[in-house]
Design a protein. Structure first.
Length: 192
């Protein structure tokens, strides 16, 4: 019984941490785009603008010159240390998410199988403790009921980590949205 509680807690923590990965990925991706855009100077951007008025800098994916894209890929990175830090952050997040997903699925599948086996054992003991008339209606009926109920319990337990994962994604996403721009998040929360 204690091992089943430990499996549920470990699977729940892993499911919650797996759900937090998506909002963290959004933050890291936003930082990557900010970092990539901050250190580049493309044609038409403020660095090469010789006319008196300042035009807004175009993003690299809107330019149509292949040479500009190749120049961006080769020389536009500027500080390489920030890029390495960002790449390592993506790698750490991916490894953490993979480990959490594995632990989540392993724990909840083991828990579902153990609970189902315990349910089948208790159900069979209670059937054998009944009068003969109850069992006489045929072993197929009793076995069919047992199989259907055990299958329903197992499916419910296998869906629990998905519920926890999506709930933590919603909570963490909302927290990230309110910390980034509480005005926009407040307006957006009215439409959901």
């Amino acid at each position: 019984m204690r091992s089943q509680a430990l499996l549920a807690v470990a699977g729940g923590v892993a499911a919650l941490s797996s759900g937090v990965a998506w909002p963290l990925f959004a933050v890291l991706f936003g930082n990557a785009m900010d970092d990539l855009g901050a250190h580049t100077s493309l044609p038409g951007g403020p660095a090469q603008n010789t006319s008196g008025h300042a035009r807004s800098q175009r993003n690299w994916f809107y330019t149509s010159e292949l040479g500009t894209l190749i120049g961006f890929l080769c020389a536009g990175f500027g500080r390489l240390d920030d890029k390495e830090r960002l790449a390592l952050s993506f790698l750490y997040l991916a490894c953490g998410c993979a480990a959490a997903s594995y632990v989540q699925n392993l724990c909840w599948l083991l828990l579902a199988h153990r609970k189902t086996a315990g349910l089948r054992e208790r159900y069979l003991r209670s059937v054998l403790a009944q009068e003969v008339e109850y069992v006489a209606r045929g072993p197929a009926g009793v076995l069919h009921e047992l199989g259907e109920e055990a299958k329903a319990v197992q499916q419910a337990l296998e869906r629990m980590p998905v519920l926890l994962q999506h709930a933590s994604t919603v909570v963490a996403g909302t927290a990230v949205a309110f910390s980034a721009s509480w005005e926009l998040a407040l307006v957006r929360s009215c439409f959901t």
